[in-house]
Design a protein around this ligand. Sequence first.
Ligand code: ADP
Length: 492
Amino acid sequence: MAVKKSNTIKLKFDSARNLAPAPESKSAAKINERYDLFINGKFEKPSGKKYFATINPANEEKLADVAEANNADVNKAVTAARTAYEKVWKKTAPKERAKYIYRIARMIQERAREFAVIETLDGGKPIRESRDFDVPTAANHFFYYAGWADKLEYAFPNRNAQPLGVAGQIIPWNFPLLMAAWKIAPALATGNTVVLKPAETTPLTALKLAEIIREADLPPGVVNIITGAGETGAAIVNHPDINKIAFTGSTNVGKIIQRAIAGTNKKATLELGGKAANIIFDDAPLDQAVEGVINGIFFNQGHVCCAGSRLYVQESVYKTVVQKLKDRMETLIVGDPMDKNTDIGAINSKEQLETINKYLKIGQQEGAEMYQSACSVPRKGFYCRPTIFTNVAQSNRIAQEEIFGPVLTIQSFRTDDEVIEKANNTPFGLSAGVWTDKGSKIFNLTTKLRAGVIWANTYNKFDPVSPFGGYKESGYGREGGLHGLQAYINLV
Ligand code: ADP
């Protein structure tokens, strides 16, 4: 019997899935049984004496109890940050501020393995990603902004850059350490002090960072890290002595924050949801494009605000691309995030898995055709197979709403104008990707796509030098690069 091409590929893939396990060791990191709040340079018990559990989404086992900060704790943290700002940090010479930030960067590098293991255990992302992306990029952010601390006069020639004061920073669960670095590094470089709250499902690397900050001898109160859920976040947002809110998270909470600070003097940067178009033209190198699409949607289980979750393929190559995508999906290894072979780890929480599954149902009810890779997934823990939808209409909810999981919608297009219109037909405007051999097409699209970040012939590339942020419901303000400094200063 003749063997069909897809079968040959499948056999190869099955053997790829049968790779011997290559687990990273849990013992590479020490996780305490209980974590308190990091306020004024010390770990303090929460005044309400409440703790919540953080679990490993890969196996649903508890990792640690974490303090829940109430209004009184938030007030303590803000007071510590205010005192540190007035008495110490705003008077600290910029070149001295830089030394502390460099020290933090180096300490992250020295403990990279520990950070990577904790990040993967607490959040479910593959260890390869924590090790090769999250932790090094977090260290790079501290290095980058350390460099700016004593050069603000060159960043803003003929202007005097003044810090804002106390920054309240609230971060999500998809890149816990990296988001902490994005927020803390520019704030410190520009002379602000910080009260940071990590997300309730992934607090552990921020608390590890607190330990490093203490060891780095940063003056007490300059960085305070407090844990809790939405109420704790709201208490930070509503505290009258906060000068700036930096928030990364859902568009819904972003809107709540915007309403809460309306009419106050608080400045804000909001980095919210996305529904990025990834566009493949028929002249693109297709294998490279397919690899970029895989990375664009399946990196970090699709828990990426700039994920390329809407694929548009030019009609003449549509069938070829869909087949190549399906073939490539079959090679992806889904499972234990601590295994170095794993491509797609655990979904971050039970709630998020329920949200994703809800959208899988909605997509099918809307008439789209669902395809999932045939891989097996562990029975315990939260997992979702890589999924694509074809036969999608522009108005379908799966093509309009952010799913925040490994789920891709695919549509075809014929002309540049058509794809530009379709790509921009979204409430979001965070990112986009363009795959083509023609520079002129890249220029045409990048000027017409309404997205803060546009990648050409690549996807999900991050560098501390590049600003990142969105339009429309994706929020406002930029983080990273020179623009990232602006969010933390007044120019006088
Ligand atoms: P997701 O829906 O993806 O979990 P959220 O926007 O709810 O994202 O969470 C992002 C961060 O915002 C988390 O640290 C969370 O605790 C915090 N948060 C949630 N609700 C509020 C709120 N009302 N005010 C301030 N922060 C909040």
